[in-house]
Design a protein around this ligand. Structure first.
Ligand code: ZN
Length: 168
């Protein structure tokens, strides 16, 4: 099972490259990431969080309490958010920034195109927590941490809290 990297690991600040082909190697990466996400536990994980700079995320909709409940973890290869609607303010945290969370505005609904682990083009419509989760993980693929979306003062305060909690 891969180790989840913590901020400020340099991999978390980089832009990830698209996956050119869904190979067995990619499938085993997704499997390892899914195990790491579930044992953390978390609702999502992006490949750069395990040090692989590829556009691949795993999300766990059954962790969110709505229509996708009962479905297992999903892998989204090369996810692209194509549509968003509304705003939702909710509590957010990150497995790479353990111990801190804060309220953040995300789209209330979104549509995301991706490639499945079978290499098939797919589309997923997500709302509420799953939408937040997908938006959060896609941000990781561009080197964006959730607190980067906060006003500077709030971000600095959160970083300080993180450092204190993690014994810096
Ligand atoms: Zn995260």
């Amino acid at each position: 099972m891969p180790t989840i990297l913590k901020w400020p690991d340099p991999a978390l600040f980089k832009k990830s490259a698209p996956v050119t082909k869904v190979t067995d190697e990619i499938r085993s990466l997704a499997e390892g990431m899914t195990s790491a996400m579930l044992s953390a536990p978390g609702l999502g994980l992006a490949a750069p969080q395990v040090g692989v700079l590829l556009r691949l995320i795993v999300v766990y909709p059954a962790g969110a309490e709505f229509e996708y409940a009962g479905i297992g973890p999903i892998t989204l290869v090369n996810p692209v958010i194509t549509e968003t609607l509304g705003e939702d303010i909710g509590d957010e945290g990150c497995l790479s920034v353990p111990g801190v969370n804060c309220e953040l505005t995300r789209p209330a609904w979104l549509k995301v195109k991706y490639i499945s682990l079978d290499g098939e083009p797919k589309e997923l419509q997500a709302k509420d927590r799953l939408a937040r989760c997908v938006a959060h993980e896609v941000d990781h693929l561009d080197g964006v941490i959730f607190w980067d979306r906060l006003p500077r003062l709030k971000r600095d305060w959160l970083k300080l809290k993180f450092k204190r909690k993690n014994g810096w």
